[in-house]
Ligand binder design. Structure first.
Ligand code: RB5
Length: 160
């Protein structure tokens, strides 16, 4: 896949202890791809609470200070639970490049969440690149993404 250059884009990244080592590797990869990486932590392998890192990163994306961000924990689940509580945040756990690309195309995912204990370093980099380089398709998906923020059901229909 050809990498799209985003010179100067600041991308915040954060993990707990379970995602720390993979975060360190992806920080290097992001810098090599030309991104300005903002490392929110954690900064070592000591046991930490994922929410302490997900909150500040999700706040950055929700407020618009950052366009998108990256979170890592063991399963990806705890980080995604926290991040998806923030208005406008769409945090997608992705364990294959295909899921990462669909999370962009169909869901306009603005936070990538990696399950660090379940992906290899090589796979994680491919997942990251798929997410970075895939655009939102818009169209019918715009309506669906807009409905995410609504409280309560407003009727159901089906369209592929
Ligand atoms: C840490 O052991 C682990 O629970 C955490 O990284 C994450 O997987 C939680 O969702």
């Amino acid at each position: 896949m050809a990498d799209v250059a985003h010179p100067g884009e600041r991308i915040p990244i954060a993990s707990d202890h379970a995602g720390f080592e993979l975060k360190e590797r992806l920080r290097v990869s992001l810098a090599e791809l030309g991104y300005e990486v903002q490392d929110i932590g954690t900064h070592g392998t000591a046991s930490t609470d994922y929410a302490d890192y997900a909150h500040p990163l999700a706040q950055e994306v929700s407020s618009g200070e950052a366009e998108r961000g990256i979170l890592l924990c063991g399963t990806g689940l705890g980080m995604s639970y926290v991040a998806n509580r923030y208005p406008g945040v769409r945090a997608a756990v992705a364990w294959t490049p295909e899921i990462a690309a669909l999370a962009r195309k169909h869901n306009d995912a603005n936070i990538l969440v990696l399950p660090a204990r379940f992906v290899s370093d090589e796979d994680a980099l491919e997942i990251l690149r798929a997410w970075l380089n895939t655009a939102f398709e818009g169209g019918r998906h715009t309506r669906r993404v807009e409905k995410i923020e609504r409280i309560g059901a407003e009727g159901a229909g089906s369209e592929a």
